[in-house]
Design a binder for this molecule. Structure first.
Ligand SMILES: NC(=O)c1ccc[n+]([C@@H]2O[C@H](COP(=O)([O-])OP(=O)(O)OC[C@H]3O[C@@H](n4cnc5c(N)ncnc54)[C@H](O)[C@@H]3O)[C@@H](O)[C@H]2O)c1
Length: 345
């Protein structure tokens, strides 16, 4: 297939594009490039994409950008809660309106498949039970609200000519050249390596499902390739039911993979985001899909990566590996304006 991936210069996109190519697809990218300064390691198979990436803001796309593609996998957004809360009105412009705009442009260009990167954060707060795709959503932040709104607005667009599928990803972990250390397992691994200590700011009681970046890439590949009847208009949680953990359990798993690392807990958590999620649907209903990773394997993989690249505290703290830090830097230096458009264009 000929697939356009938005967000190829981000954490998941930088792994997804080579993953799809390795499975025989022709891939092009689209991204505004907020985090291009960050490259944790060189992936000989993956980066750079050069001429196959179009550096463009998703708010400015037109159907011409999608001509000739069989499928679009849409990842490009402001990608976490703190980023979304920074200026919620911009989050709504990019994540909600921008994503609907992209889907309409793709449909008008004759693209037949649209895969949307949603998030388990739509569940927001659970009472401890396992939430599934039929459970009510309860978004706690602008970021999560936008995911709910995009799902709501794209669902009626699904028809015989345009298949739409929503993948509600758990929180990702694992290596990517465009690394993020603002997501839980990656952050804890970096703390374990650089400080030999994980000092949790809270008691680590909230529940969070987590999933390896490669298992997300595989879900996206399967969603792009599946017969329309299996996926059109469907929502799939992406992860494994066995991979729901309290944050303090993730800290223990990480400490186990980094010998000599201590874990200390803080006061009761102020974070009201806590949810346990069932991933039974994707395991049985998304054709060809099988998740392969566990958090313990992922923590070991991170330790091997840090050894290989001689990972340091300076690299950990580099702004481009923390999404909000990088955007604030680009704004402070006026490289991007208040609406997050590049100033030099
Ligand atoms: N990483 C996770 O844990 C996770 C979990 C659930 C869902 N998701 C979703 O998956 C997608 C990708 O996440 P990620 O972790 O790779 O995020 P990321 O921040 O690393 O990548 C997002 C990319 O989108 C680009 N982008 C942002 N605004 C844009 C705009 N206006 N125009 C064009 N490009 C723009 C950025 O430059 C960046 O390269 C996001 O939609 C995110 O919400 C991620």
């Amino acid at each position: 297939m000929k697939i356009l991936v938005t967000g190829t210069e981000g954490y998941i996109g930088a792994r997804l594009a080579p993953w799809l190519r390795a499975h025989g697809h022709e891939v092009a990218g689209l991204d505004t490039g907020f985090y291009r300064e960050g490259c944790l390691y060189v992936d000989p198979l993956g980066m750079p994409y050069g001429s196959s990436t179009s550096y463009k803001d998703l708010r400015n796309v037109t159907p011409a950008d999608f001509e000739g593609f069989d499928a679009v996998i849409h990842l490009a957004e402001l990608s976490n809660d703190p980023l979304g809360q920074n200026r919620p009105e911009i989050t709504f412009k990019i994540n909600h309106e921008g994503s609907v705009h992209i889907a309409k442009a793709a449909r008008d260009a004759g693209v037949r498949r649209f895969v949307y990167a949603s998030s388990c954060s739509v569940y927001g707060v659970g009472a401890g039970e396992f939430l599934d795709e039929t459970s009510p959503t309860n978004p706690q932040t602008a970021y999560a609200q936008c995911k709910v709104l995009v799902e709501r607005d794209l669902t009626p667009m699904a028809d015989d000519r345009f298949s739409v599928v929503f993948l509600r990803n758990a929180t990702a972990y694992g290596p990517s050249p465009r690394m993020r250390f603002d997501i839980v397992l990656n952050d804890l691994c970096a703390l374990a390596w650089t400080k030999k200590k994980i000092a949790m700011v809270s008691d680590g009681s909230p529940w969070r499902p987590i999933v390896h970046i490669e298992d997300i890439c595989e879900a996206m590949r399967c969603a792009a390739e599946a017969p329309s009847v299996a996926i059109n208009g469907e929502v799939f949680n992406v992860g494994q039911t066995s991979e729901n953990f309290r944050i303090r359990e993730i800290a223990q798993i990480v400490a186990h993979a980094f010998p000599g690392c201590d874990v200390t807990a803080g006061p009761p958590s102020q974070d009201n985001r806590s949810y346990r999620v069932s991933f039974d649907k994707i395991a049985s209903k998304l054709p060809g899909y099988q998740a392969r990773w566990s958090a313990a394997m992922g923590a070991e993989e991170m330790r091997s990566l840090f050894e290989r690249i001689d990972f340091t505290k300076e690299t950990f703290e580099f702004r481009a590996f923390t999404r909000l830090k990088q955007l604030k830097y680009l704004q402070r230096t006026r490289q991007i304006d208040d609406d997050l458009y590049w100033s030099h264009r």
